[in-house]
Write a protein that binds this ligand. Structure first.
Ligand SMILES: Cc1ncc(COP(=O)(O)O)c(C=O)c1O
Length: 392
């Protein structure tokens, strides 16, 4: 079920809510503030400032020099100098973080290679299948912590079978659980990747929700320093989503940021990755690139808005988790972000039951995903109790 059609379920929930405002729509990964608005005014201002003569032209395939500089500055923040000193960086704009992931799975490794993904995950399977590769999962959790042991075992098995290993890590605010690796878990991960120096390792680092880290924007950026401890056979490929950070989901903007450690990695990016984009979409939508470049002109103002959204999310998370603990509703370890995953053995069955009771969630293999991001805080209160009684 890792290929569940979330967009279809979300449409059904939205249609139901249009007819009945009492419906709780916890299906989709879009941030809705407590006034039920998902549009961010700073972003609308940026949109109105667009120069249409530039916006309607074809843009460069990589997004252009201003875009590339802005993405690097935004993503690495206070750590940008350290990252630039350590790595040779390539960037290409893409239609959403999805586009970046599609470029990675298509360009790196060989046909029929396996890609290591967590057993609890967002729908990477679509991209991996269409790149003619196979998905193999490692266990995300060992009780309440990251299961480094299982990942190590899986790497051990496939390192002897294929030269290039692609490994997906979605952190912080993992979708669908809201988990976040601790500093110690990151150190262990780096140590393990460093061990396999006979292989080419691509660390596919999906940072879609980085800007909603409950520990703050600065903390998210500090994690990047860990990447400088990677040996040269490990190349971090970062999938950035502007959809989430700027609430421009339908505009379709993201970027692939590759941190090269070897000359041939930079050459590969130029020859293979850029060509893959040319063979897919030619250039990412200029509207998104324009909006992003405009927002960056007023970056500090926007950062203040983001801090406010993260605070709202944390409040929703605290209310839900506290209540879930009180009533005994079982959930996977949650640290922050858009989603919580409720444990259940028959997710499809209870998904239907919840629908009959006006609650729309997303059924996944391991339970039901609840999008805290799209439920206003007043609707969160009492929700864990209602869910508990419906699904028990
Ligand atoms: C974990 C994760 N990665 C990447 C994406 C890609 O987002 P988009 O293509 O909308 O930028 C999503 C979207 O929901 C996601 O949840």
């Amino acid at each position: 079920m890792s290929k569940v059609d979330i967009l279809k379920i979300a449409k059904e929930a939205q249609d139901a809510k249009n007819l009945n405002p009492n419906i709780v729509n916890g299906t989709i990964g879009m941030f809705l503030d407590d006034n039920h608005e998902f549009i961010i005014h700073d972003v609308i201002d940026a949109y109105h400032n667009l120069n249409l003569n530039e916006t309607f032209k074809y843009g460069p395939t990589d997004g252009g020099e201003t875009f590339k500089k802005n993405v690097i500055d935004w993503v690495f923040g206070s750590k940008v100098k350290d990252i630039q000193k350590h790595f040779d960086i390539s960037v290409i704009a893409s239609p959403g973080g999805s586009g970046a992931l599609s470029l990675i799975f298509n360009s790196y490794g060989n046909i029929n290679d396996v890609v290591l993904v967590p057993d609890i995950r967002w729908r990477y399977d679509y991209f991996i299948n269409s790149a003619n590769k196979e998905t193999i999962s490692f266990k995300l959790f060992d009780e309440n912590n990251f299961n480094i042991k299982d990942l190590k075992e899986k790497i051990g098995v496939y390192a002897s079978k294929q030269e290039t290993l692609l490994i997906v890590i979605n952190d912080p605010c993992h979708n669908p659980t809201g988990y976040q690796l601790s500093n110690h878990e990151w150190d262990e991960l780096i140590d393990i990747l460093n061990m396999y120096d006979e292989n080419q390792i691509k660390l596919i680092y999906d940072i879609a929700y980085m800007d909603f880290n409950p520990e703050g924007l600065i903390h998210s950026r500090e994690k990047f320093i860990k990447l400088t401890k990677l040996k040269r056979h490990v190349e971090p490929l970062i999938a950035f989503s502007a959809s989430k950070s700027f609430a421009i989901y339908g505009v379709r903007l993201g970027a692939l940021i590759a941190l090269h450690q070897l000359k041939e990695q930079a050459l590969f990016f130029k020859n293979v990755v850029i060509e893959d984009a040319l063979g897919k979409w030619s250039t990412a939508p200029s509207v998104g690139i324009g909006i992003f470049n405009e927002i960056i002109k007023n970056k500090d103002k926007y950062l203040t808005s983001l801090e406010r959204f993260t605070h709202i999310l944390s409040q929703r998370g605290n209310i839900f988790i506290e209540e879930a603990n009180e009533v005994g509703l079982k959930i996977y370890p949650y640290k922050g972000g858009f989603f919580v995953l409720i444990k259940h053995e028959n997710p499809i069955e209870v998904f239907e039951k919840l629908k009959q009771n006006n609650i729309y969630l997303v059924p996944m293999d391991e339970g039901l995903r609840l999008a805290l991001c799209s439920i206003p805080t007043n609707e969160i209160k009492g929700l864990a109790t209602r869910i508990f009684h419906i699904i028990k």
